[in-house]
Design a protein around this ligand. Structure first.
Ligand code: ASP
Length: 326
């Protein structure tokens, strides 16, 4: 009998020493812990891995600290475009949506696509219309906006208008006496996707990922998060994976599926396969970020190649474990 476990991430990135107050750090750790506890409770009550990851990602979306749902980053046009995906490891069924700006919880829309549609991936207006048909809550786009994210956009546009947030040097701003980003990972060098992976008591695996993308991204740009195999993947045969980082590189490396493929074809352990993708393969094309993964035996891997990644895992019956830095 497997001891069910859930692992989550809230984005990876560089450390902002100037902004690293113990209170702020604790706020992030507390949020991670309570969200893990909620996912753990689903599993403890005999709930499915699918329900556990859906609940964890919903809570991460609703939490303004993380770049998904409420608190999502802005595009270069000052709008929001949200992406999400979910995958059921038992059946390989999956659902995804991209470029929505009115669906309150993108992970719910991805799940509806998986469960009720004959398709896998909806984008833009069609995705919004589908979510509406399915009775999901739609909100005014301003619901997603927070002051912190707007300032982040303005800062990036002022300092390096040609760059998306990934190249932005937040520490340089601090050195020039400008306001420091307000979270432990430098908001300007952080990849803020959220995600969850789990294995339940039946040995079923699931993964879900949700994101606002990257600050100052071009309108219409889609990252790895909603792409099955790139940012999200689950198969009972191998593992469940959710990624965060420079989406373009994760797409080019088919990062999430690579972990599963190494396990299936080469007999690699979860840890070895995940480490290889994050520490060996992604760096060859400048890919920065990390992933969370679980396998069918309940092993957990949380590798990242940045200075930090908001992360944690919780086994049923044990206290959740959370961390930000190495
Ligand atoms: N991977 C996400 C994307 O490229 C960004 C992130 O992880 O923050 O859209």
């Amino acid at each position: 009998m497997i001891q069910p476990v859930i692992a989550i991430h809230g984005g990876a990135g560089a450390m902002s020493r100037a902004a690293m107050s113990p209170e702020k750090e604790q706020e992030y750790l507390d949020a991670l812990e309570s969200i893990l506890a909620a996912g753990q409770a689903v599993l403890a009550q005999g709930g499915s891995a699918l329900d556990a990851v859906t609940e964890a990602v919903r809570l991460l979306e609703d939490c303004p600290l993380f770049n998904a749902g409420h608190g999502a980053v802005f595009t270069s046009a000052g709008t929001h475009e949200l992406d999400a995906a979910i995958m059921d490891g038992a059946t390989l069924r999956s659902g995804a949506i991209a470029g929505v700006h009115r669906v309150r919880n993108p992970v719910f829309a991805a799940r509806k696509v998986m469960e009720n549609s004959k398709h896998v991936f909806f984008v833009g207006e069609g995705a919004e219309a589908y979510a509406k048909e399915e009775g999901l809550e739609l909100v005014d786009p301003s619901y997603f906006s927070t002051e912190a994210r707007r300032e982040q956009l303005l800062r990036v546009q002022r300092e390096t208008p040609e760059a998306a947030v990934l190249d932005h040097d937040g520490q340089a701003l601090v050195a020039r006496g400008q306001p420091a980003p307000a979270d432990p990972l430098d908001a300007d060098k952080k990849f803020g996707t959220v995600g969850a992976v789990a294995v339940d008591a039946q040995g079923n695996l699931a993964a879900a990922t949700s994101t606002g993308g990257i600050t100052n991204k071009q309108v219409g740009r889609v990252g790895d998060a909603p792409l099955i195999g790139a940012g999200t993947y689950a198969s009972n045969k191998t593992c469940a994976v959710s990624t965060t980082g420079t989406g373009e590189m994760f797409i080019r490396m088919v990062a999430a599926y690579d972990v599963a493929a190494q396990m299936e074809y080469c007999g690699a352990t979860l840890e070895a396969a995940a480490d290889r993708v994050v520490h060996e393969k992604l760096p060859t094309i400048g890919g920065k970020g990390g992933l969370v993964a679980v396998d069918a035996q309940g092993n957990v891997a949380l590798p990242f190649n940045t200075e930090g990644m908001y992360r944690g895992y919780a086994r049923v019956g044990e206290k959740p474990v959370t961390a930000i830095y190495r």
